[in-house]
Ligand binder design. Structure first.
Ligand SMILES: Cc1ncc(COP(=O)(O)O)c(C=O)c1O
Length: 464
């Protein structure tokens, strides 16, 4: 048997003949030697390729906390009470909030035209991007079609935005409580997540000092979600300006998740962040899912706002390149987009937010008189957060156990806010039909009355 023995400093090792006549690639001397050897049959076996198919590191680092928590809960409803799920952020599940007829009509026409069955450019048709740009363009923050990247839902828009702004090892600042997707995406990409606090006693405004204290040289962007999931909060103009000042002082771009943009209750105003920023570049992510009540149509977008040319061509080109990995935005919906944006009547939007406000008020006024619960009245989006005074419910360790037993006894399912990294709260989705909301609140009251054990000041004194 002939081996090639490569001699280097201290070791010799066997190698295949590289046909380089005594010279290895790196210039070390190579000697051909003949050796008699006993071949160990076990070793031969170990050289044989073996099946080792393992899930990738990325897949192992991908965790959806909502799934992780909900799948771990024992959700066995009381067979005597029909289940009321207040946990799903999909406004279509109960059929009480259909999209507008003009939206459906636009989609039917797009299908019937036979024009939208093929591949579109990866960032979307020029005409559809232009429609989005025209819809959102304002004098103080103008948009052209080149400033719009279409995507498969707001989720893909967020993924593209994070991917173009961050490298592995960077960090992003994320609201707490907040929508879990930011962390799910970032962690799987090797990006560190730093949570900044929202303050329930200030209608979930950002703790600006805390936010600023987290910024360092590795901070690639601040994610701001307004209106908020899970809080239903809507930031005032003044507060948004303060957030922008923090970003400006520290030269950090903003990723504004504005999927609930304009979904604010009558009497409140929604300010897109980009309309208030004079220097901070902003990627605003949005889509059709919530305002047009068609989350399954998977149409989202990024609006690129860069009045000071800080993103320049680089970020735009990066987004175009990233969009080419997978063709995201559905072509048929793109065909319907111009008509959806231009023809949906104002009354449709108004009636949706009026309904959400009315249901929120029912829920808030019912639950704010339940001993042990502290709901925070929302101003927009589709959610209400409810604080649990855990010490008054000593049977339960935490919000997960509390909401689990609420299912067992009352067949009402609310999402424990541990899923949003915010224990001792639960989130209620307010898109359910009014009578379900009323019934759910009655049952929550009954549940709390049964388990409430007031931990009075007197007993505290006695303990001491
Ligand atoms: C805050 C927030 N951002 C983004 C999304 C994702 O939207 P889409 O369904 O368009 O991907 C959601 C969906 O619930 C959300 O609540």
């Amino acid at each position: 048997m002939s081996f090639v023995v490569k001699m280097n400093k201290s070791q010799s090792s066997s190698n295949h003949n590289n046909g380089m006549n005594g010279k290895s690639m790196n210039g070390n001397a190579v000697h051909h030697v003949s050796v008699k050897t006993h071949v160990n049959p076990d070793k031969m076996k170990s050289n044989k390729p073996r099946w080792t198919v393992r899930a990738s590191e990325m897949s192992k680092n991908t965790l959806n906390p909502i799934r992780a928590i909900v799948d771990g809960m024992k959700l066995t409803p009381n067979p005597e009470k029909p289940m009321i799920a207040l946990s799903i952020g999909d406004p279509t599940v109960f059929g009480n909030l259909p999209t507008d007829d003009t939206v459906l009509q636009a989609m039917k026409e797009a299908i019937d035209s036979y024009k939208y069955n093929g591949y579109a450019p990866s960032v979307g048709y020029q005409k559809s991007r232009e429609a989005v740009a025209n819809f959102y363009s304002r004098a103080e923050a103008p948009l052209e079609s080149k400033d719009v990247i279409l995507a498969s839902g707001c989720s893909q828009a967020i993924e593209l935005a994070i991917s173009v702004l961050c490298n592995p090892g960077d960090n992003i600042l994320v609201p707490c409580p907040g929508f879990s997707l930011y962390k799910t995406l970032a962690v799987s990409m090797g990006i560190q997540v730093k949570l900044y606090n929202l303050l329930p006693e200030k209608s979930w405004e950002i703790d600006l000092q805390h936010l600023e204290s987290l910024i360092d040289e590795k901070t690639a962007c601040v994610i701001v979600n307004n209106p908020s999931n899970p809080c239903g909060s809507v930031f005032t103009k003044d507060h948004l300006q303060k957030i922008i000042s923090v970003a400006s002082r520290n030269c950090v771009p903003i990723l504004a998740d504005e999927i609930y943009g304009d979904m604010v209750f009558p009497g409140r105003d929604f300010y897109p962040m980009a309309h208030l920023s004079s220097d901070v570049p902003i990627l605003s992510c949005g889509g059709l899912a919530k305002r047009w009540l068609v989350p399954g149509w998977r149409m989202g977008w990024i609006l690129i706002y860069d009045s000071n040319n800080i993103f320049g061509n680089e970020i735009r080109e990066g987004l175009v390149k990233l969009s080419q990995r997978i063709l995201g935005p559905c072509t048929v919906v793109q065909g319907a987009l111009e008509s959806i944006l231009n023809n949906t009547p104002m009354e449709f939007y108004q009636s949706t937010v009026s309904f959400l406000k009315s249901n929120s008020e029912i829920c808030f006024s019912e639950l704010s008189t339940v001993p042990g619960l502290n709901p925070v009245m929302p101003s927009g989006a589709m959610y209400i957060m409810v604080g649990i005074e855990m010490e008054q419910f000593p049977e339960f360790q935490n919000d997960v156990e509390f909401t689990e037993r609420l299912v067992t006894e009352q067949s009402v399912f609310c999402l424990p806010a541990t899923a949003f990294e915010y224990p001792n709260f639960f989130r209620i989705v307010v898109t359910v039909p009014e009578e379900m909301m009323v019934e759910a609140c009655v049952r929550i009251r009954e549940f709390c009355a049964r388990h409430y054990r007031p931990h009075s000041q007197d007993s505290n004194d006695l303990d001491q």
